[in-house]
Design a protein around this ligand. Sequence first.
Ligand SMILES: Nc1ncnc2c1ncn2[C@@H]1O[C@H](COP(=O)(O)OP(=O)(O)OP(=O)(O)O)[C@@H](O)[C@H]1O
Length: 713
Amino acid sequence: MPVLRSRVRRGRGGAAATPEPEKKQQEQKKNPVEVVEPIAKRTRRRRAAAEAGLATPKTNDKEHKTRNERVGVGGAVSGAVKEEEENRDLEVAREKKGVLGEKKPMDVLDSGGKSNDKPLAGGDDDEGTAAPIPDQVQVEDSPLYKVERKLGKGGFGQVYVGRRVSAVNTNDKAGAGAVEVALKFEHRSGKGCNYGPPHEWQVYDTLGGSHGVPLVHYKGQQGDYYVMVMDMLGPSLWDVWNNNINSNLMSTEMVACIAIEAISILEKMHLRGYVHGDVKPENFLLGTPGTPDEKKLFLVDLGLATRWQDSSTGLHVEYDQKPDVFRGTVRYASVHAHLGRTGSRRDDLESLAYTLIFLLRGRLPWQGYQGENKGFVVCKKKMAITSEALCCFCPQPFKQFVEYVVNLKFDEEPNYAKCISLFDGVVGTNPDMRPLNTEGAQKLIYQVGHKRGRLTMEEDDEEPQKKVRMGMPTTQWISVYNACRPMKQRYHYNVADARLGQHIEKGNEVGLFVSSVASYQNLWAIIMDAGTNYSAQVYELSPYFLRKEWIMEHWEKNYYISAIAGANNGSSLVVMSKGTSYMQQSYKISDSFPYKWINKKWREGFYVTAMATSGSRWGVVMSRGAGFAKQVVELDFLYPSEGIHRRWDSGYRITATAATWDQAAFVLSVPKRKLTDETQETLRTSVFPSTHVKEKWAKNLYIASMCYGRTTS
Ligand SMILES: Nc1ncnc2c1ncn2[C@@H]1O[C@H](COP(=O)(O)OP(=O)(O)OP(=O)(O)O)[C@@H](O)[C@H]1O
């Protein structure tokens, strides 16, 4: 019995009817075909009441206009010529490189630091920089400071002690008039200053001085540097950990206190609408030794902070995924940050969980990877590891904290008080005796009136949380079904190479064309139906993944790629059709998911129209004239359930799927023409979903896309 996973989206029932179904019906009348499964009902789903209030998808005007302009210029006359030129370019590029598909590193905005996780070089380096750090600093109406010893350096800036030269109250230890301050220098051509003063300045304006965030007193430009004058603090948690010569480990009580105070600092930051975006041991600083603040915890480096909450509407920012954008530090980044998802409160807490485990155990299981796809490997490891394995030798509360944070949803408000209470049993009952000041957390508990005690996640009376990251990784069939008018559809699976022609010919004889193809264990699955609108079709089974010569030959004859599949043994099945709406086409083969290329082609008015994998290689076909207004990609190491649901809610539907043993990719599009019935369902099954397909047919749902690969059971 196959394992069934169903995700249902009910139709929105838009008013405008598309002409396509009518054409399909006419074609069906002209070509009566054998009905594989009788379809009795003809139903229309109504927009579910619950969805009536959902926002209509926004149109990206700029993108829309560009595409129309380009399509207009392309026209019927020049389309074929342009297409040929386009693909000659592609061919030349590929031959020059001598490989199929280039492997480009991701865009990494990695703040690096001591984690030694810095794929891109740091912006400024005093050793060798053309502009030396000034000897003295005076910005805005600040006192004059003499620049003394270096306190630290990150990927963006360098921090020095500034000693006040012009004396007013010479004994001030803190505040704007302090004798010693921290001076953060960022070179004006540094990577954080592309658009003027560092973004961090703005964030400090809002957050500076809030619980656990140092105050910035003055900021301004001096020579080649942007300079920020802030409260001077003491060693970072990384320094403390590193200086613990005996074991490199911190006491459990100390780490539990850090957990408690860090959660309360993050809670206050989140309350002001920001997420930090780079939580790690290097960015937590203690107060200056010998001062009343020496046992206080601070969080610095707001350079990657972003808003999770829109300042004008108060609403949560919109979900998005840009798989080639990474912000943060590889070692501590959340899985969602690795995958390029919009940062939200859950990400800070996940990074904090990794920070705590690092401080306790002295090492994280994904340390030590190097090379171009380090981010990919680290993310895969974070995704695969169980909380038991990650937290072995750590007391239970740390494991519970990990389990809680990795299962938070994108816009879910974390229960900070509950998280803090997890660590109650690990710290001493008298706050004054603790190795770290936990005053902020004390206040938080008091303010929310939360009863402290030995509360654990399980004992909570809330509904059990749906786990988003705890499923067992597996490989399965992923099939996608769309609502449409009754039509004939056939499927064949476990088809050996030799039998393929027979099935396709038989289908063609009764007017069916191949609408989608997939591969499993070097056998093929083909879907044929009467709803394609194609007028002619050719296919090739090749021992190579997307054989260029055959594709180009058929492009010349005005066929366009309409479906592709790749087998693990490297062979591929390419189907090309006449009668598509496409005006120009391009494809790419790549060792990693080619998001960068997709992004580039989007800007040129192309949309993904077919996608397949062969082993770990990806093949993506993009076309002009695809009939889409917008398109996005959901890429994950497991079935990206949350992302798909969010996209569905914004009017997207899955239009292409492909998966390797590691990753599943879903392309979702907003059609230009509003669909009469937007119902879409997905199934994940361990065997080909033959019985389920028949059930779907009975509900006028037809296979739109399928693939075999990575999901979660
Ligand atoms: N106010 C301060 N007082 C004392 N030391 C500080 C202060 N601010 C920063 N530092 C030290 O300087 C280091 C670098 O600072 P910061 O993290 O702000 O720079 P960055 O270039 O933005 O770093 P990253 O590469 O992590 O983004 C810190 O790790 C810390 O050791």
